[in-house]
Ligand binder design. Structure first.
Ligand SMILES: [Zn+2]
Ligand SMILES: [Zn+2]
Length: 260
């Protein structure tokens, strides 16, 4: 694949918009907020899901995909995340109460389990298909991370959900091969307290965070807008001139090229 396909970009699920889901290589997505509705019958091509955290808008299609895998696939659905994200899936989703424990249930006619939960090490690259994914710690939930997504030596930094986070800006300076930043803005700046309490960014917070970074040569894309506030957030992002170097507010179906 020559680009990342942003299948879900909303901070809210609506009839016309899904939540976070990035198709990054043939068999791999980051987060599962909008798999089933976008892939249809092709959803079986997805065998690897790298999670940023366990919030519902990022994991919502995993149980339904596991449900399809158990009778249709010969290989496990591999789900990657930091420890507390995987613990949440075990404790609150695949617990035989909310959903069957597909970590114990084998694929029909095969010996492999339906799902396999794989714990990630921070700042370690993982190669899937022809890309590499390197998780780094963000400030959102205990198990939250973003990813550096690299192909052919160039990179895109995807923060997923986060509040202020020094590591993002340090990584951009450490790695000049990163040409694009995709981050979140969930609320207008007037909701600064709500943003802090729920660990999200506003346009004003993002503008302040950008001051930590000496580089200004990367493209900046924004997603995860809460649906009620799309218009005022976009106005603020333009007023503050944050969508730099060709960046934009992403909508479902947008693509960002690996090579610029
Ligand atoms: Zn979240
Ligand atoms: Zn979210």
């Amino acid at each position: 694949m020559e680009s990342i396909n942003f299948l879900g970009t909303g901070g809210t699920r609506t009839p016309t918009q899904g939540t976070t889901c990035l198709h990054v290589s043939d068999h791999c997505v980051i987060d599962a907020g909008n798999l089933i509705n976008t892939f249809g019958d092709d959803v079986f091509t997805i065998e690897h899901i790298f999670l940023t955290h366990s919030h519902l808008d990022h994991i919502i299609d995993i149980p339904f995909l596991a449900d399809l895998f158990v009778t249709q696939k010969k290989v496990s659905l591999k789900i990657y995340g930091l420890k507390s994200t995987l613990d949440d899936l075990r404790q609150f989703i695949f617990n035989h109460r909310v959903w069957p424990n597909f970590e114990e249930i084998t694929l029909i006619g095969h010996t492999e389990k339906t799902i396999e939960l794989i714990e990630l090490e921070l700042e370690t690259p993982y190669t899937i298909d022809d890309i590499s994914l390197t998780p780094f710690k963000t400030d959102h939930t205990e198990g939250s991370c973003g990813y550096i997504i690299e192909k052919n030596g160039v990179g895109i930094l995807f923060t997923a959900d986060t509040y202020r986070c020094d590591r993002i800006w340090a990584l951009l300076e450490e790695r000049p091969n990163i040409h694009t930043l995709v981050t979140e803005v969930s609320f207008p700046s007037e909701f600064a307290k709500l943003a802090k309490d729920s660990k999200h960014l506003t346009p004003a917070l993002l503008a302040d965070e950008l001051k930590k970074c000496k580089r200004d040569d990367f493209s900046l894309y924004v997603m995860h807008l809460k649906a009620l506030f799309v218009k005022p957030i976009i106005e603020e992002l333009h007023d503050l001139q944050l969508l730099r170097n060709g960046g934009k507010v992403l909508i479902d179906g947008d693509r960002v090229n690996y090579i610029q």
